[in-house]
Design a protein around this ligand. Structure first.
Ligand SMILES: C[S@@+](CC[C@H](N)C(=O)[O-])C[C@H]1O[C@@H](n2cnc3c(N)ncnc32)[C@H](O)[C@@H]1O
Length: 184
């Protein structure tokens, strides 16, 4: 394997399975505690004989705490539960502590992709990521966040959002270079 990529909250697993098929040279880890989602993914894994994918069927934060430093090249967090009510914001996956964990496990130059149809979660994410010196937003023009990136695979939640004419936003961030501890 030339790299390890991680998807957090893969839902029905369509995106994860498609990326794993597209990149046989990459090892994939998918995290999803929702048992029906795991079952759907495993059915695709069996049908398509996907061998470069492992599943962690629990909270991704547990896995993040166990991964070694600079071991992950890409992270996908797609249509993560938005928890729109203010009193529930602290349940959002992408927050200060998680960003610190992601910064630790990601190698310098690694990519973090976040997509959502919740504009409150967009502002929250941009604010939190911009406060973290380990990540930089890579967008250079509005189409970079308004249109799906070139290697995008549509997810189930995204399809639902589009069906109800909700706007989807795509944010790509880059893990900045690391110091001497970076093995890459
Ligand atoms: C709104 S769904 C989106 C699913 C999929 N990414 C998509 O776009 O269709 C969010 C998913 O994240 C999962 N999830 C929520 N918190 C999680 C966590 N801490 N670790 C891993 N998965 C999580 C949920 O079980 C749910 O399947």
């Amino acid at each position: 394997m030339t790299d390890i990529w991680l998807e957090v909250g893969f839902g029905g697993g369509e995106h994860l399975a498609a990326q794993a098929r597209r990149h046989p040279e990459i090892g994939f880890i998918g995290c999803e505690p929702f048992v029906n989602g795991v079952a759907r993914l495993l059915a695709m894994v069996e049908r398509d004989r996907i061998t470069n994918l492992r599943v962690f069927d629990d909270d991704a934060r547990i896995l993040l705490n166990r991964l070694t430093d600079a071991s992950i090249g890409r992270v996908f967090i797609l249509f993560s539960d938005p928890w729109p009510k203010k009193r529930h914001h602290k349940r959002r996956f992408l927050r200060e502590e998680t960003l610190r964990s992601l910064a630790r496990v990601m190698r310098g130059g690694g990519a973090l992709r976040f997509a959502t149809d919740d504009m409150g979660y967009v502002s929250w994410t941009l604010e939190h990521v911009r406060r973290n010196p380990d990540f930089a937003w890579t967008a250079t023009c509005p189409d970079d966040w308004r249109r799906p990136p070139p290697d995008w695979v549509e997810t189930r939640y995204e399809a639902k959002a589009r069906a109800t004419e909700r706007t989807c936003i795509y944010l790509d961030f880059q893990r900045s270079g690391r110091g001497r501890e970076d093995p890459t």
